[in-house]
Design a protein around this ligand. Sequence first.
Ligand code: DOR
Ligand code: ZN
Length: 472
Amino acid sequence: MTDLILKGGTVVNETSRDLADVAITDGRISAIGAPGSLGEAAEVVDVTRMHLIPGAIDMHVHFREPGYTHKEDWETGTRAAAMGGVTTVFEMPNTHPPTRSASEFRQKQDCAKKACVDFGVYGLLAEDNIEELPGLIDAGVNAFKCFMGNTFGNLPSPSTGAMLEGFEIIAGSGLRISLHAETASIMAWRQRKLEAAGLNDPLYHIAARPEVVAIEAVARAAILSEWTGARIHVLHISSAGELRPLAEAKARGVDITGETCPCYLFLNSGDYDRLGSVIRVNPPVREARDSAAIWDALQSGVVDMIATDHAPHTPEEKTNDIIWKADCGFPGVETQMPLMLTEVAAGRMTLEHYVRISSANPARAFGMWPHKGRIAVGALADITAVDMAREEVIAASRLHSRGKVTPFEGRKTVGAPVHTLVRGAFVQRDRQIVEGMAGHGRQVTDIQAMPAPNPQNVDQSLAYLLGTEGTT
Ligand code: DOR
Ligand code: ZN
């Protein structure tokens, strides 16, 4: 018996868009068919006028637990994800303690038992834990994070020597290494001088971290990746300048992917006066010409995906007249989709392309394809129903994160996720959290180990979606 049919919606994948009903059984998509053709189910939900897209996969969130739960925890963080149409998150290791050994990884897995969406856990690659890397791999981390530049948590950035050895160890596992690609020594040097000169205004944050810190870091990491065969991912691309070493490395055949985040697309140096220390994030929000170049790179495929660097802090931690004392980052996992759908509604990007950068590409880059990242028979039923006409206003008071201060306060959006299903179960329904779903989230290690979905079924569903059913 079919568990659930989503009826009357428009199914959108990265290369297709069709009016189709979707049947779900045991957490997977069991059939896709012409409207009204799928028979009976235990529950039928009418999604007429909605678009059904694969749930977003956010490769970059900080849920702060263990250690900084006054900012966020796994329950509040994953509830924010569910409200944001995000069905899978990868969580960063700069917690307290950091995720730098197998035992600390197991401690994080314990915290993640409260998750209502699926998740991956990053292990740390730092100066002082190289000997722990094999243990982290064996214990089941889903990727690694390397902070080439200092940021919240002040974890020791690895020297190039430590990085190279780390890359050599991790290469054999096939796990991807995500890079905070800013070179620590340049930033420390610059910031020291600015602070000594008493230059404390928000815009000096950009001066402390000029574009070259990112350009140099991306180029260096790409060389180490090329040398060792380790797969890498450049987090939060903030500048036009980084795009060149990224594109060049791709052209050389380096297994490298890149992400950007909404703040680098929607904000620029003109917003520092208005937002003050709230806008402080690492890497910094830069110039309008950087945003324009990153938009182009998202369209062309040089930048592969959109993530959020969801980094909640309290109002006290975010507000300071001395920019160097304000914590960096802000929540994002709940606002990425409405912000990006607003651009889709305005015609800047197709919904198909949004599916590619928010779900299909992250699924492929981090080993979750073909189970995640698409709506097809056999795939996991991670589905977000979006209402492309729904107008909302972003407001801290409505966010589900614990740390709510956002630079997008007051921004109007068009297009919103109205239902979120993780493996066939609603975690958000009609813009409300579904209670009782803490613990529904699973670590994607299990998913990566599952057999691939039945290829025959996949073909059938594609034939339908491409309008060629019955012709083969
Ligand atoms: O601004 C940031 N905040 N950038 C990061 O890379 C880390 C993050 C945090 O954890 O607060
Ligand atoms: Zn981050």
